[in-house]
Ligand binder design. Structure first.
Ligand code: R5P
Length: 288
C-alpha cells in the first residue's frame, strides 16, 4: 500500500503509518500565483492500493480541494484502489433540506469525492449516520466510543451517568454507557443558530450524580455549556466531557475551562489538537 497525507493532519497520518509499519509517502502541494493548487504525488501509484489521509478540518474548503486533487492525481497515475481516510467529515451536519433553497453540503461533497475517483471512504462518528448513504462507493463508518470508554475504564464511576446533549446522539451514548456499565440520559436540544442551542428537557435520572457527557463533536462548545447549565439546575454538578471530534472553535476552550462543573475534557485525534488547550486529554484513533 501507499499512504499519502494532505496538509490537514499530518500528525495522524504519521501515527497511522508508524502503527502499520509503512512509510508516509511525500506529496508536493504547490500554490500558484493565482491561488490555484496543484499536487504531485512523489511515489509511483501504478496498480497500488492508495490511502489518502485528510480529515476535513479548518480551513475546510482548502483541505477539501487538496483531497480532491490528490484523488485525481492518484487516479491519473493508475492507482488500483483509492481510499480517502477522512476521520472527520465536516459537511455531515448539512444533510437535509431543512429550509427553502438551501444547499446540502454532505451530499455534494460525497458526489465530488466520487467524481474525483475515490473508490472507498473511511470515516468516523458522522454527525448523522444517514450521511453514509450519500456515497455511491463503499464507506467504512467507524466509531471511537471504544477508545473513549477505555479512558474511563478503571476510574471511580460510582453514581455516574452518561449524558447525550441531544436525542440524535442518544443511541451512541447508550452504546458507550453499556461499555462502562452505566445508565444513560439525554437532553432535548434545539439549535437556534450556529452558536446557540437550547436544551429544554433532560430524559433520565441525573440528580445527585456525576456525568460523563458524550457528543460526536464540540465546535463552539455551545451544546456542552447549555447541557452543563441544565444539569447543574438538576443537581448534577460535576461532569467529564468527551467527544470524538474536538474542533473547539471560537471561544470553546475558554467556555469549557471556566465552567465550574467540568472536571476534565477528552477528545480523539480525528482532528489536530487545538492550540492553547494543554489540559485536553487526547486518545488516538490511529489503530482503529
Ligand atoms: C450536533 O448538533 C452535534 O452532535 C454537536 O452537538 C454539535 O456539532 C456541537 O456543536 P457546538 O459545540 O457548536 O454546540
Amino acid at each position: 500500500i501507499v499512504v499519502f497525507s494532505g496538509s490537514a493532519h499530518t500528525g495522524l497520518a504519521e501515527k497511522i503509518c508508524a502503527d502499520l509499519g509503512v512509510p508516509l509517502s511525500p506529496v508536493e502541494i504547490h500554490r500558484f500565483s493565482n491561488d490555484c493548487l496543484q499536487v504531485q504525488l512523489q511515489v509511483n501509484c501504478r496498480q497500488r492500493d492508495v490511502y489518502i489521509v485528510q480529515p476535513l478540518v479548518p480551513p475546510t474548503q482548502e483541505h477539501l480541494m487538496e483531497l480532491l486533487l490528490m484523488i485525481d492525481a492518484a487516479r491519473g497515475a493508475s492507482a488500483q484502489q483509492i481510499t480517502a481516510v477522512m476521520p472527520h467529515y465536516a459537511y455531515a451536519r448539512s444533510d437535509k433540506k431543512d429550509a427553502s433553497r438551501i444547499s446540502i453540503g454532505g451530499r455534494l461533497v460525497a458526489d465530488l469525492l466520487v467524481a474525483a475517483g475515490v473508490d472507498r471512504v473511511l470515516t468516523m462518528a458522522l454527525h448523522a449516520p444517514q450521511v453514509h448513504g450519500f456515497f455511491s462507493v463503499p464507506v467504512d463508518h467507524l466509531t471511537a466510543i471504544g477508545v473513549l470508554a477505555d479512558h474511563f475504564r478503571g476510574k471511580d464511576l460510582a453514581d455516574t451517568v452518561v449524558v447525550s446533549p441531544d436525542l440524535g446522539n442518544a443511541k451512541t451514548a447508550t452504546q458507550f454507557a453499556r461499555l462502562l456499565g452505566l445508565p444513560v440520559a439525554a437532553g432535548s436540544k434545539q439549535r437556534l443558530a450556529d452558536d446557540r442551542v437550547v436544551i429544554d428537557a433532560i430524559v433520565g435520572d441525573v440528580a445527585g450524580r456525576r456525568a460523563i457527557i458524550l457528543d460526536d463533536e464540540i465546535a463552539t462548545g455551545g451544546s456542552i455549556i447549555e447541557l452543563l447549565d441544565r444539569l447543574k439546575e438538576r443537581g448534577c454538578v460535576q461532569a467529564a466531557v468527551a467527544c470524538t471530534h474536538g474542533l473547539f472553535a471560537g471561544r470553546a476552550v475558554e467556555r469549557l475551562r471556566s465552567h465550574p462543573s467540568v472536571t476534565e475534557v477528552i477528545s480523539t485525534d480525528t482532528v489536530p489538537r487545538p492550540p492553547g488547550f494543554p489540559e485536553l486529554q487526547v486518545s488516538s484513533v490511529s489503530t482503529l
